[in-house]
Design a protein around this ligand. Structure first.
Ligand code: HAM
Length: 421
């Protein structure tokens, strides 16, 4: 019968790899705690309208990449492609603003986008991220960026670059859009097909095109930074001043526009040169109008999300191990039927005393059992055979020291505890 395989663009995270994930997740939780962020978990699916209104109908995510379906009640639902809109939905629905004027929220979640799979680009991927809700101050933008950089630092990931821009607000963006279109219009036929299509709908996305000839044409394009209104300009100046104060280095990228429509003012990405084409390990920015767009109370906000799979690729390329190497405290080698019965009992006692312990399931030879203990990096191998049963003691091999000793049954738990200290 034909074997069923996983869906293209999804990954199994195998037992040997899960430790990297849990190690990374633990680091994220630790730093989020230090910055006083609290976790919020939202459902895996939402009404499609949340993303259509939140992210923007014309974005690639909404127009081409969402997993959308009708449920049996004919409701249009979508597997969440990002977390910011669901967080805002939940914040408004649960009136979190009534609990505190500023809410600091973080998340770790699987997300779904029907993109063309390639290295670092999946259809189910995972993000961690944070959203600071309720503050319009540049200080909030800077805290989010500092938090992000701190997390990457905690992984030991050094060669990452922070790129920064401001996309203004709807008012200054509108006049900039006219100026930008005037520039592009005169050379529109030199741009790629995608850009030509974007020209009417979303001309600022043209600035983001990775096509070499388009980005060459873009070099001379008017820059939004030169067309910000007074408030947006002073916000951006203050963000940069505070980043300087914290000695957080950044590169200005006047062409950074991001692929989601909700951004206002500050936008940023963190890039790793250890990745290929998909070099953004993190993206974020301010989105002061999203809460209103979703029918809620006006709430200025800023946040970021980082792609876990891409970070793991960058860590591997940098030869950085995250998470502990698995190791057993005790491997119980047993020999003979009677010992087998007793070994069951001993394994239970040892485990109930809190030691990570395992034994043989296959009736293997002593030599093969030792090989298994070695493979599992056991600290102690306890041997239980006929002799040991008669003498009421274990033969014990201290694997790290290569030393062989005996321990009476009655003392084995205490001895293990002593060795542990
Ligand atoms: P985003 O730029 O769409 O932003 O995604 C953030 C990060 O998720 C990317 O930098 C990348 O590392 C990872 N990522 C995105 N798509 C994929 C994929 N198909 N496969 C693997 N990794 C991927 C957002 O999602 C915004 N919600 C970020 C944000 C939070 N803005 C404000 N608050």
């Amino acid at each position: 019968m034909k074997q069923i395989r996983r869906i293209k663009g999804t990954q199994d995270i195998l037992p040997g790899q899960v430790r990297q994930w849990t190690g990374l997740e633990e680091s994220v939780r630790t730093i989020m705690e230090i910055y006083n962020y609290e976790e919020l978990r939202t459902p895996v699916f939402e009404f499609t309208e949340l993303f259509a209104r939140g992210i923007g109908q014309l974005t690639d995510i909404v127009s081409k990449e969402m997993y959308t379906f009708l449920d049996r009640g004919k409701k249009q639902l979508t597997l969440k492609p990002e977390m910011t809109a669901p967080i805002i939905r939940s914040y408004l629905e649960n009136k979190l603003y009534a609990l505190s004027p500023v809410n600091k929220i973080f998340y770790l979640a699987p997300l779904f986008r029907q993109e063309n799979p390639q290295a670092g680009r999946l259809r189910q991927f995972h993000q961690f991220g944070a959203e600071l809700l309720g503050s319009a101050e540049p200080h909030a933008d800077v805290e989010i960026i500092a938090l992000t950089m701190h997390i990457f630092q905690s992984f030991g990931l050094k060669d990452v670059r922070l790129t920064l821009n401001s996309v203004g607000d709807p008012v200054c963006r509108e006049s900039y859009r006219t100026i930008l279109k005037d520039y592009i219009r005169t050379r529109l036929n030199e741009y790629c097909e995608d850009c030509q299509r974007r020209f009417e709908e979303n001309p600022m996305r043209i600035l983001d095109c990775k096509n070499a000839s388009c980005s060459a044409l873009n070099q001379q394009a008017p820059k939004i930074a030169d067309h910000l209104c007074e408030d947006c300009r002073s916000h951006f100046t203050e963000v940069r001043r505070q980043l300087d104060l914290l000695e957080i280095g950044y590169e200005l990228n006047p062409f950074l526009v991001r692929g989601l429509d909700y951004y206002t003012r500050t936008v940023f990405e963190i890039l790793s040169d250890r990745l290929g084409a998909q070099n953004a390990i993190c993206g974020g920015g301010r989105y002061d109008l999203l809460a209103e767009e979703l029918g809620g109370t006006p709430t200025p906000a800023v946040g970021f999300a980082a792609g876990i799979e891409r970070i793991l690729i960058a860590l591997e390329a940098a030869e950085i191990e995250i998470g502990d190497t698995p190791r057993l405290d005790v491997f119980l080698v047993c020999l003979g039927d009677q010992a087998r019965e007793q070994s069951l009992l001993w394994l239970q006692r040892i485990r109930q005393a809190g030691f990570k312990a395992d034994g043989d399931f296959l009736g293997r030879s002593v030599k093969a059992q030792f090989r298994e203990a070695n493979r599992q990096n056991a600290r102690f191998v306890l041997v239980l055979g006929e002799d040991e049963l008669t003498r009421k003691e274990f033969s014990v091999k201290l694997m790290d020291q290569g030393q062989q000793i005996t321990i009476p049954f009655a003392q084995v738990i205490d001895s293990l505890k002593n060795y542990n200290n």
